[in-house]
Every structure is written in C-alpha cells, then in structure tokens.
Design a binder for this molecule. Sequence first.
Ligand SMILES: O=C(O)CCC(=O)C(=O)O
Length: 397
Amino acid sequence: MNTNELAENGMMEDSNITNKRWYQRINYIKNKFVAGSYNNNNVKDDNKNENTGNSILHNKNNENILNAIVQSVEMNATQIQTVNMSDLGNTLPNEPILIQNGMENFFNVEENNHVNNKFFTLENLIKKCGDSYFRLDDNHTGRIRLKQFYEYMKYNQDDAPLYIFDSQFAVGADENRKSLKKAYYIPELLSADDLFKIVPSKYRPPYQWILIGSSRSGTNIHQDPLGTSAWNGIIEGTKLWCFFPPDTAKDIVVNVNIKSGIYWFLNIFPQIILNDDIVDNKQKIQPYFTIQKAGNIVFVPCDWYHVVINLENTVAITHNFAMKRDVNKIIPRVFRDEPQFGLKWLNELRNNNQKDVEIFRQMEQYISEHKVDDDENECSSDDEDWSGSDESVIELK
Ligand SMILES: O=C(O)CCC(=O)C(=O)O
C-alpha cells in the first residue's frame, strides 16, 4: 500500500507511533474486541499534517465539526434547568437538571490529606494510577493501562474514540485504582434514596463508573437500565448532553445502525430538528440539552433518553441509583433483566424486614403474580458477582 492507500484505509503509518506499546495495545483491543465498531486506527500525524481518511471526521476540521454540533444543539434544543445543590432541598425533579458547582463538597479532603479538587485530573490520575489497568466497558472488551490510554487520547483521530468506562475501579486487587473510590463523597441527595443500596456491591449490576475520554468520545443514546436514575459529575473537561422525555417515540430517537454519540449528533439530531413531520402523540419531538463543565453534576431521572459527547479530554464519575418513586417500573425490569440480582435484593429485604417493608411486599406480590421462582440458590451461587475476573482479558506482552 502506498501512503494514499493507507490514508484511505484510515491508517497513517508513522513508525514513530506504530512502534509504541500504547498503539499496539489499542490496535489489539480494537481488532480483538471491538472489530467493526470503530472505523480506523488513525492517529494524529503532525509531521505530515495530512488526514485523508474516508470519514468526514478524519481531518483537521474536527474542532469545527464539534463547534457546529454544539451550535446546532444550542439553536434547536431547550436548555435544561441549572440549579444549585442547596436550592434542591430534599427532592430531585422528574426532569434532568444541571447542578451548578454540585461537586464542591465532593472530594474527601481528609482521606487524602490535601485539597482534592485536583485529585482526579488526568495528570494526577496518571501519576497515581498510570500503570493500572482500566476497562473500556462492562463486558470486559478490553483493558488498558491508563498511561497508554492517555497517549491514545492525545494522538487519536478516530471518529468515535475508545472511552474508559470502568465500573470496577473500586474493586479488585489494585490499591491505586481502588483508592479513587475513597477520594470522593457522594452528595447525600444523590445517594440516600437508593433501593439497591441494601444489596452488597458485588451482587449489584454495575452502578458506578469512572469515565475518561478524549473529544468526540461519548455515549450513544440510551435509557439507563432497570429504571435507575443517575448523576454524572465532571472533574475535568466538558460534555455536551442531549435528552428526550421518557414518552418520546423510541424509533425516532434511537437508530440501531448508529453506534456512537458523535454519529448520533451528526446523523440523527439533524433529522429530528429538520423534519417537522416527526411528531409523537401530535407533539413535535422535543430535545433538551446542557453543556456540562468541570464541577457540575448532571442528574438524569428514570427513563429519560440521553446521548453524550466529550468536547475535550474529560474525566467524570457517574453513579446509577434506584429511586423509591420509580419502584413500580424498577421491580418488573429487575426480574425481567437481572433475575438473579432480583432474588438477592428480595433476600436482603427479607433479612432486613424493619426497613422497606412496603417494597418487600410489592416484590412478593410481583413474584407471586408473575411466577418468578423465589429460590435464590436455583440460579445464583454466592461466588458469582458482577465484578468479573481482572484476569479475564489476555494481556499483550
Ligand atoms: O458519557 C457520559 O458521560 C454519559 C454516561 C451515561 O450516559 C451513562 O452512564 O448512562
């Protein structure tokens, strides 16, 4: 292949880069685990300054494209409310909000004996956990050392870059990675009302993640699982969010052929705003948005569709929680999608029968009406947990 052919295939072969361990690791992960999801292995090639890959994003206009997306969203979607944590009182609204300075008391200063608002910056994370492995998703599709991923963040020009989306940073043998969990407090309002809290973490489906990615990385449109709500706090960077209310017609906002947030913003968002014929229950489909910056928390209530892209290198923490007010949706979904966890939950409620009596009764009623086999041992062993094995991914030597 000559240089042009390589470029058309999305692979700028700069031996300074392709010889690097991080590059080989990324290629290994892409080829082995996410083949088909990502278009190319393109990395910045400052010397040649030539990016002629076969996608509109593989060129030096990447920044312009992101700016155009932001402008279009700002013009065509409604901004969600911005509130201060202190103004929220004890209740979270039924619509997404941006909690201004929500992370002010987020960091556990005592634990780390220094002012911690810089604790999770990329620079500090690399100092503390550069050699630690992080996961790219919950399905063990690949793990990479943070310092190698950071090199990828600097150089990649992938359309939809790989994204650290690690629900296991708080577990396992790696003390450096685990210490991240101790470095922050969860604001009371965002954790007190969690029906799943009663179940030991290792039996819960993933519910807490550290998210680290470069610009254009992000999360495709989805509703959160099991009827949970979520908060998402940025330590460093900026995110663009778009939301749709729970009753929005799914087939209009979700397209199974679109696999990433960036392509959603490029392909689906324009269709939604340009096509006046797109109506759901005689109402025009209504997008909402926010631009979230460092220190701000976004709250996403149960069943709101959301799609997110990072506009620059971004580090965030997100947690999902099951709110009492949504219990009627949560119980059936738990027994449909995570029956083993459902039985663990039921068992914990049974053992703690002082608390949540009402929830316990509702679950028992659901189980008797829906013929769920109420024998935990039938389908789940005590050794099974959600964290999986840290060794489940073969390392590249
Ligand atoms: O990429 C992000 O920050 C969004 C994460 C998200 O939507 C989720 O965890 O449900």
